[in-house]
Design a protein around this ligand. Structure first.
Ligand code: GLA
Length: 611
């Protein structure tokens, strides 16, 4: 990996602490820091009064000591003086209530005064530091804390403009939204409002456009900042994406930055290392290039209901897991550990007294254990589209079903068989892959329907695929374009909680949704316990009439993927230079790969079958 570093906050310390911090950085091989993303009120303490002394001095000192810098624009924390002058910059939530000052991300992306001042401070940063810094981060975690969505008057005006640009006429909008249902027909754009506190279900077609508009609002703001920085600096630009986060179309946003960065934290109740791996894969797949883990959970965090601590060695393992996923670097959040503020309980690489912790030891040791950037071989492709996640969220037969959770189960199944997974998007070439999986893809654009038809390898498609159009209407025929391809037609469907079935002569569990299909010209290779077809096969096209868990998928996929691994708790990555195997657990692990026995020490990374 190229980037070994950490997130650092010089503004949180008296300058007398900086020296010790930097000495320890050098001692433990910290070569990069990310700074500045929350310093707005430090550099502009009062309106129009700029003081860059702390940033100037800390950047100079870091540079003098050979430490590279990623500078974050400070627009995620508009100062009190700005909010007092323009309280209307504050966002409004789904309940229409103002979300106040006193934490962070308290702004509406469509507020004119906010945009004016935010772009001004961005310009100040860019013109002050140009190419002094080595890379730029735009803002911080767009959409975090539910801030993708804001429903102020300024947001509504912008939403109406966005709709009129998309639909051109109010009649087109009424058609697309099906507003004749429940008398929601609009005569002009100014009659359109946000569905705040509605007595019952919103219009699902309007909701899809609201999700699109809110995501676009963040993307537009990012683009404005990118344009400003490009005027002053030639250094690469990134933004820090989040785990399991679906509010923003990250694929669309990633096109406007030079490299993807993301913040790797455990967000689920239970820690599931392969879920972290799935997120690495999605972040890598947004641009199919090396990415940066610009914030790596170091151990304990502060924001969970229960913030358990992790042995220091976990940070080493998490760093190596990112490495085998193709990361160009990992930067633990945060280097320093502070005794004040909302995140005073958050672990750092140093302790509260500024002494190195086992976390820092474990992290710096990974330098010896990791090498050049890992380039994964294309093996299994999973089709992904953020808009499908929004469609699943808006209305559903089974509101317990979660698009990403369903996909993570498939991801885990493929990984447990010992194969690589890459996520693919509708406008991409998929010919290099051996297997294509199309899960829960309510709407599939025509260009990808075509790719499914032409794909030479095996295709696995599930229920809830190709049954909606881009306006979130259900299609007359299901799957709308692929009945002949899969040799089946969905003639009815309903929600289930859990139902058993038999697949390839073994018992499997099915969940959430059950299609009733008519088998046109396919073979039934799996059935529900009531005898209805569960999995069918036509040529190498598999249709799954429900949702399987990773056990069911591991079984089904053996139709195309010969299991390479026996044993669990390890992650395998096939790449140029040999297969990487990482023990994800703090106990010794014995696994068999391609029939060969391997005993791995706790958290050990091994290169197997060097090529
Ligand atoms: C996020 C933010 C950081 C910090 C950490 C805490 O990822 O980007 O500013 O709040 O979480 O874990």
């Amino acid at each position: 990996m190229d980037i070994y570093g950490a997130d650092y906050y010089p503004e949180h310390w008296d300058k007398s602490y900086w020296g010790n911090h930097i000495e320890l950085m050098k001692k433990y091989g910290i070569e990069w820091v990310r700074i500045g993303e929350f310093m707005w009120s430090v550099v502009e303490p009062r309106e129009g009064e700029f003081d860059f002394s702390i940033l100037d001095e800390s950047i100079q000192l870091l540079k003098d000591n050979g430490i590279k810098i990623i500078l974050g624009t400070p627009t995620a924390t508009p100062p009190a003086w700005l909010v007092n002058k323009y309280p209307e910059i504050l966002p409004k939530g789904w309940d229409g209530r103002v979300r106040g000052f006193g934490s962070r991300r308290h702004y509406s992306l469509n507020s004119k005064p906010y945009l004016e001042y935010a772009l001004r401070i961005t310009e100040k940063y860019a013109s002050q530091y140009k190419d002094t810094v080595d890379a730029w981060q735009i803002d911080n975690e767009f959409g975090c804390h539910g801030t993708t969505y804001s429903f102020t008057d300024a947001d509504l005006i912008a939403f109406r403009d966005w709709l009129s640009e998309k639909y051109e006429s109010i009649d087109n909008l009424n058609k697309a939204w099906g507003t004749v249902f429940w008398s929601q027909t609009y005569n002009n754009w100014d009659e359109i409002v946000f569905p705040i506190n509605t007595p019952t279900f919103e219009n699902p077609h309007q909701m899809l456009d609201i999700y699109r508009f809110m995501s676009d609002s963040s993307i537009d703001f990012l683009k404005m900042q990118v344009d400003i920085i490009r005027k002053h600096s030639s250094k690469p630009i990134t933004h820090n994406f989040m785990i399991d986060f679906m509010d923003l179309d990250y694929r669309k946003m990633a096109q406007f930055i030079d490299f993807v960065s993301w913040d790797n934290y455990i967000a689920t109740e239970e820690y599931d290392p392969l879920r972290q791996s799935a997120n690495h894969a999605l972040m890598r797949s947004l641009k199919h290039q090396p990415f940066l883990v610009i914030e790596q959970q170091p151990g304990r965090v502060n924001w969970r209901q229960v913030n358990d601590n992790y042995a220091g060695e976990y940070l080493g393992m998490w760093t190596k897991q990112a490495y085998i996923a193709g990361a160009m670097g990992v930067m633990p959040f945060r280097f320093d550990q502070i005794r004040f503020g909302a995140e005073q309980y958050h672990a750092g690489l140093l302790d509260y007294a500024g002494r190195p912790t086992k976390r820092l030891e474990s992290y710096s040791k990974t330098k010896e254990e990791t090498g050049g950037i890992v380039n994964q071989k294309p093996e299994v492709a999973i089709y992904f589209d953020y808009e499908n996640e929004w469609m699943h969220r808006i209305n559903h037969l089974n509101r317990n079903f979660k698009y990403w959770d369903g996909i993570v189960e498939i991801y885990k199944a493929v990984k447990k068989l010992g194969y690589n997974v890459e996520f693919v998007f509708s406008d991409e070439d998929i010919d290099d892959f051996d297997v294509l999986i199309v899960p829960f893809a309510f709407y599939i654009p025509d260009n990808f329907i075509d790719k499914i038809r032409k794909f030479s390898g095996a295709v696995y498609m599930t229920a809830m695929s190709d049954v909606k159009d881009e306006y979130n209407w259900l299609t007359e025929k299901m799957p709308s374009h692929l009945i002949e391809e899969f040799g089946i037609e969905v003639i009815d469907f309903g929600a289930i909680n859990i139902q058993s079935g038999i697949l390839l002569n073994q018992e499997v569990k099915t969940y959430y949704w059950k299609d009733e299909i008519e088998v046109v010209d396919a073979k039934v290779i799996g059935a529900f316990d009531d005898g209805l077809p569960l999995v069918t096969l036509k040529n190498n096209r598999y249709y799954v009439s429900s949702v399987l868990d990773n056990k069911g998928w591991s079984l089904l996929l053996t139709e195309s993927l010969k299991p390479r691994i026996v044993g669990n708790g390890c992650e395998v990555v096939n790449c140029s230079g040999g297969t990487r195997i990482l023990n994800l657990e703090e106990i010794e692990k014995t696994i068999y790969i391609d029939g060969k026995k391997l005993v791995l020490k706790p958290f050990e990374l091994r290169i197997f079958d060097k090529r």
